[in-house]
Ligand binder design. Structure first.
Ligand code: PLP
Length: 493
């Protein structure tokens, strides 16, 4: 049966349930399947199913120890009445391109697809392993993960969640999505500092707070958890199915995917889809002005020592893409990966060999796009096709266009651009790019964008301005530890 090993120590094997519960391996590595042959399946059989059927097939391969009945129940619970589209992730034809809309979940970003499933995967894993502690999820967010995680874990028995966000560092819409979240087990707490302060604060808590603490065990909802990656594999199959059904490709044709990338989680899910047997051509890794991955995929040199830019696609503003470690392990092996990670920690950089880069580049290609280009894409695609996209999707669209103009292997094949957020999550930037005067409040911005474009405001977002504010705590960074211990104690029975 498939087990998981750490990317930094493959002598210890754990079951998929343990990997989901632990999140990160104790040695700081990420969990990967110990045998990729075991995840292979017949993609033709898979794409004959509906979304939930595809999810059950994919989950079944990655989480074999759960058993078929449990997987089936998890998938049904995860996607029942949560998404405003029957297809969960609809594929839309835009000009000559294809956009896979991943944002029809409860909080209007693609993270909902995985965070609808993760709480169910975790609670079933806890019951399977006889683990009795309550699970306390700690998450730092720059915006999107926070609301998706709060929504996913809200009132899930046996779990609690605290999301830390930088005070003043998220948009009004994102803040309201978090602080109005219901659920007796949820907390959204502002930290006086920036996102990096909040994130390093959370990482420190995992080492400083003894586990379990007062009958509570800590875990993570970030994309380092394999339970967040696997649900994302499913929509690569869904996109392929939609292309076949609409006659845009024949079964067996290779398809390229262009992915707006930050932590390398979403695109890594595409790599796993390919390893399962889906005919994936190239995976185009789209970056914004923070182009560390573009440089890596061009030169083989990863260098985090560079200026950090705040852009209008903030969920991609990242210099250390955690999930790349999974790819490095799978392509270069354990010892090489350990060397890279050591060099990254000590010197902030590492290089893969020419042969290793060539192997990676058979599938991956990196393309970056600056703010001006992203803005032009939003304007042009709207003018030409009447289609409105968000700032992250625009970065991917720009990369898709550039790829098609390049000499790269695989150009001209069907290409799917992954759309990771609703334009209404980033209303201010989108409005500005369309040349509008920007009103003061986010509520006014939403109204104006809808008037200008005719695209309806998603009801999930339209309602937040009238909701009761439930989470008001603001703390200093050095108060995080005591805050979590107090919250843990409050749950003691
Ligand atoms: C998180 C996020 C991304 C980046 O996804 P990764 O899996 O971290 O590469 C892109 N777009 C949006 C809107 C996001 O929220």
């Amino acid at each position: 049966m498939l087990n998981y090993v750490s990317t930094r120590d493959d002598s210890v094997k754990v079951s998929s349930a343990e990997a989901v519960l632990n999140g990160l391996a104790p040695d700081g590595g990420l969990y990967v399947p110990d045998n990729l042959e075991e995840i292979r399946l017949d993609y033709k059989e898979v794409i004959a199913k509906d979304y939930r059927g595809m999810a059950k097939a994919v989950f079944g391969k990655f989480f074999p120890d759960y058993g078929e009945d449990a997987i089936s129940a998890i998938v049904e619970r995860s996607y029942e009445n949560k998404f405003s589209s029957e297809e969960i992730t609809p594929l839309v034809k835009v000009g000559d391109g294809n956009v896979l809309e991943l944002y029809h979940g409860p909080t209007c970003a693609f993270k909902d697809v995985a965070l609808s499933a993760l709480p169910n995967l975790m609670t079933v894993a806890r019951d399977m392993t006889g683990f009795e502690d309550e699970i306390l999820i700690l998450t730092a967010t720059s915006g999107d993960t926070g609301s998706a995680a709060l929504h996913g874990f809200s009132d899930v028995p046996g779990t609690r969640i605290i999301v830390f966000y930088p005070e003043g560092g998220v948009s009004d819409t994102q803040r309201l999505q978090m602080v109005t979240q219901t659920g007796l087990n949820t907390a959204a707490t502002a930290v006086r500092g920036n996102f990096d302060d909040a994130q390093s604060g959370v990482k420190r808590l995992f080492t400083e707070i003894p586990r379990p603490c007062k009958g509570v065990s800590l875990s993570s909802a970030n994309s380092i958890n394999i339970g967040r990656l696997v649900p994302q594999v499913v929509y690569y199959f869904a996109a392929y199915k939609a292309l076949v059904e609409s006659g845009r490709i024949a079964v067996g044709d290779k398809v390229n995917f262009t992915v707006p990338t930050g932590n390398f989680g979403d695109i890594m899910a595409g790599y796993f889809a390919m390893k399962m047997g889906l005919p994936v051509g190239r995976l185009i890794c789209a970056s914004n002005k923070n182009d560390v991955l573009t440089e890596f995929l061009e030169t083989g040199h990863y260098n985090r020592k560079r200026t950090f830019y705040k852009t209008s696609s903030p969920s991609m503003d990242i210099l250390v893409s955690s999930n790349l470690e999974r790819l490095l392990y799978l392509v270069c092996g354990l010892e090489r990966n350990k060397g890279f990670m050591k060099a990254l920690a000590e010197d902030g950089e590492y290089s893969v060999s020419e042969e290793e880069l060539a192997e990676i580049r058979k599938i991956f290609v990196g393309i970056c796009c600056d703010e001006e280009k992203g803005a032009a894409v939003i304007r042009n695609v709207f003018d030409d096709n009447g289609y409105l996209m968000d700032t992250h999707t625009a970065v991917a669209w720009a990369a898709y266009e550039e790829f098609e103009k390049s000499e790269e292997e695989g150009r001209g094949q069907a290409n799917v651009v992954l759309s990771t957020a609703s334009p209404y999550k980033f209303t201010r930037a989108v409005l500005g790019y369309l040349g509008a005067e920007i009103p003061e409040s986010d509520e006014e911005c939403m109204k104006l964008l809808s008037e200008k474009t005719g695209a309806a405001v998603p009801p999930q977002l339209a309602g937040i301005f009238a909701k009761e504010i439930r989470h008001k705590d603001v703390i200093e960074c050095d108060e995080m530890k005591q805050y979590v211990i107090d919250k843990a104690s409050a749950g003691e029975k």
